[in-house]
Design a protein around this ligand. Structure first.
Ligand code: DC
Length: 221
C-alpha cells in the first residue's frame, strides 16, 4: 500500500489540495482533523468540559467515531449520526484543537487512522501523520502558508457561503490554534525529518495541487 502524509497548520489548504491530488492519483483521501472535531463535538453536546481531562477520558468509551465514504466523499459518523456539517463551526474548531492535546484522545483515534492506510492507498492529512500515525509513509509533505494568507482564505470561504467573517478575529484564532497545536506535549504539529516543505502562500490552488502531485510522482509511486 502507498501512503502519503500531508501535515501542516490549520488553513494551509491541506484538505482541498490533498483531496484534489488524491482524485488525480486515484488514492483515498482521509481528513483526520474531522475525527478530532467529532470528539470535540461529542464533548460540547454532552456538556463535558474539555479542561476536565478525566471527564473527557471517561467519555471516550461511549464514542463510536467512524469515517465512511459516500460517493467518494468522506463523512463522519458520531454514534451513528452524520456530523460532517456540524463539525465545521469555529466553535468546534477551537474545541478540537484543545481536545486533541489530550493524550488519551490521540491514542483512542490512532487505530482508526492506521487501519485506513493498511487497506488502501491513501493521502492522509493532519498534524502528526508523518511523525506519529504513519511514520513509514513513502511520501511526507508539510504544507504551510503565512497566518495572514490563511486568514484571508478563510474569510473568502466564509463570504462565499454568505457567512459573516471578521478578519482580525479569524487571524487571532489561527495564531491561537497554531500555538496550541505546535506546543502540546503529545504529537505536536511539526514537520517530519524527511518531509518536503511546501509553502502555498504565493501559490494558486492549481499550482499547489500540481506541486503536490509532482512530488508524489517523483517518488515513482
Ligand atoms: O485539520 P483541522 O483543522 O480540521 O483539525 C482540527 C484540530 O484537530 C486541529 O486544531 C488539530 C487537531 N488535529 C490533530 O491534532 N491531529 C491531526 N492529525 C489532525 C487534527
Amino acid at each position: 500500500m502507498i501512503a502519503v502524509a500531508i501535515d501542516g497548520p490549520a488553513g494551509a489548504g491541506k484538505s482541498t489540495i490533498a483531496q484534489q491530488a488524491a482524485k488525480e492519483l486515484g488514492f483515498i483521501y482521509v481528513d483526520t482533523g474531522a475525527i478530532y472535531r467529532a470528539a470535540a463535538l461529542a464533548c460540547i453536546e454532552s456538556r463535558t468540559s474539555i479542561e476536565d481531562v478525566a471527564a473527557v477520558e471517561a467519555l471516550l468509551p461511549e464514542l463510536d467515531i467512524r469515517i465512511v465514504f459516500l460517493n467518494n466523499e468522506q463523512h463522519i459518523l458520531l454514534n451513528g449520526k452524520d456530523v460532517s456539517e456540524a463539525i465545521r463551526t469555529e466553535n468546534v474548531s477551537m474545541a478540537a484543537s484543545r481536545v486533541s492535546a489530550i493524550p488519551a484522545v490521540r491514542k483512542f483515534l490512532l487505530k482508526l487512522q492506521r487501519d485506513f492506510a493498511q487497506n488502501s492507498d491513501v493521502i492522509m492529512d493532519g498534524r502528526d501523520i508523518g511523525t506519529v500515525v504513519l511514520p513509514n509513509a513513502q511520501v511526507k509533505i508539510f504544507l504551510t502558508a503565512s497566518p495572514e494568507i490563511r486568514a484571508k482564505r478563510r474569510v473568502l470561504q466564509l463570504e462565499e457561503k454568505g457567512e459573516p467573517a471578521d478578519f482580525d478575529k479569524i487571524l487571532y484564532d489561527i495564531v491561537q490554534r497554531d500555538f496550541n497545536d505546535t506546543n502540546r506535549k503529545t504529537a505536536p504539529l511539526k514537520a517530519a525529518e524527511n518531509a518536503i516543505i511546501v509553502d502555498t502562500s504565493e501559490m494558486t490552488l492549481t499550482e499547489a495541487v500540481r506541486t503536490v502531485v509532482d512530488i508524489i510522482k517523483e517518488q515513482g509511486l
